[in-house]
Design a protein around this ligand. Structure first.
Ligand code: XMP
Length: 318
């Protein structure tokens, strides 16, 4: 029978039989999909699995430490963290166009990943966390006119890096993938994680990305996530996050006039990200998020709420 318990066991057994003695490379992103793939492989081939986590400097608060802690310390996975924040930031300097940001981040990711992979030597397979909806979407969105936002989850590797792919989740939906994660003992902080785009915080900073802007957004976003969790809403919504709008507005703090940036709050309900509705977050939660951001985050004096549905708005602002 088709249960996620059976799926996990069968996949691990199959990997043991097929991949024994082979080296497998896996790009760990910290998201549910790649985490589940890494654990399935780890349970099957242990040290022959080589995971690479690229710290692009565009991740959420605490994410790098959490991922490296869970995979290295808790599960004993063979994981290298490639620290590349400075490189990504330098490549993004002066870039304002969203699709250009995505391309640069995609290319830089491959470059860093490749450099790290070279140190491992000859590798036989590349593991990817492609889900069933990714397979469908990458087919139906093909062709430049149909591309709404480029997706670099599927394919994207240069010709010479094209190893044979291992994609154990190709037939699974997201909720099934989560169930497999639970079966494998993946902590709820990772299994229940909201989707997070590959280009990360870079597409939540309107216009040019910089170190200080990233720090501001990361802190504000951390507050949003903390308060959504505290209110028991984090698991109920599809995504909840902050967007940095680097437009100065006037405020007043004590006797002082302030002239600072805007943070927008985006919270949406969705089943597949193709359509989404803005979440009617209780006023009390909105109030707490707003006052905490304004009081705690330097350089922000105004918080606004995004009340747009998809379509016509997209979930991300870029
Ligand atoms: P939009 O903004 O198009 O987003 O409504 C739909 C879902 O996709 C995520 N998203 C991305 N994920 N690379 C990704 O891996 C991207 O470039 C990208 N752009 C959007 C978004 O967070 C939402 O869940």
């Amino acid at each position: 029978i088709w249960t996620m318990h059976n799926f996990a066991e069968a996949t691990i057994a199959d990997f043991k039989a097929r991949l024994g003695g082979k080296k497998v490379l896996c790009a760990l992103s910290g998201g549910v999909d790649s985490s589940v793939v890494a654990l399935l492989l780890h349970k099957a081939i242990g040290p022959d699995l080589h995971c690479i986590f690229v710290d692009n400097g565009l991740l959420r608060a605490g994410e790098v430490n959490e991922v490296s802690n869970v995979f290295r310390e808790v599960f004993g996975v063979n994981l290298v963290v490639a620290k590349a924040a400075e490189l990504f930031l330098s490549r993004l300097a002066g870039v304002v166009d969203p699709e250009q940001k995505r391309r640069i981040i995609g290319h830089t990711f491959i470059e860093v990943f490749e450099a790290e992979a070279k140190k491992i030597g000859k590798v036989d397979y590349l593991a990817q966390g492609t889900l069933y909806p990714d397979v469908i979407e990458s087919v139906s969105f093909r062709g430049p006119s149909a591309v709404i936002k480029s997706h670099h989850n599927v394919g994207g590797l240069p010709e010479h890096m094209k190893m044979e792919l291992v994609e154990p989740l190709r037939e699974l939906f997201k909720d099934e993938c989560r169930e497999v994660g639970r079966e494998l003992g993946l902590p709820e902080t990772i299994v229940g994680r909201q989707p997070f785009p590959g280009p990360g915080l870079a597409i939540r900073i309107m216009g040019e990305v910089s170190g200080p802007k990233l720090a501001t957004l990361r802190q504000a976003d951390g507050i949003v996530l903390e308060e959504m969790r505290a209110a028991g809403l984090y698991d109920k919504v599809w995504q909840s996050f902050a967007v940095l709008v680097p437009v100065k507005t006037v405020g007043v703090m004590g006797d002082e006039r302030t002239y600072e940036d805007v943070i927008a709050l985006r919270v949406v309900d969705s089943v597949d990200a193709m359509t989404a509705d803005w979440t009617r977050v209780p006023y009390q939660v909105l109030a707490t998020i707003s006052s905490r951001i304004i009081n705690e985050v330097a350089g922000v004096n105004r918080v606004v709420l995004d009340i747009s549905s998809k379509p016509p708005a997209t979930i991300e602002w870029e």
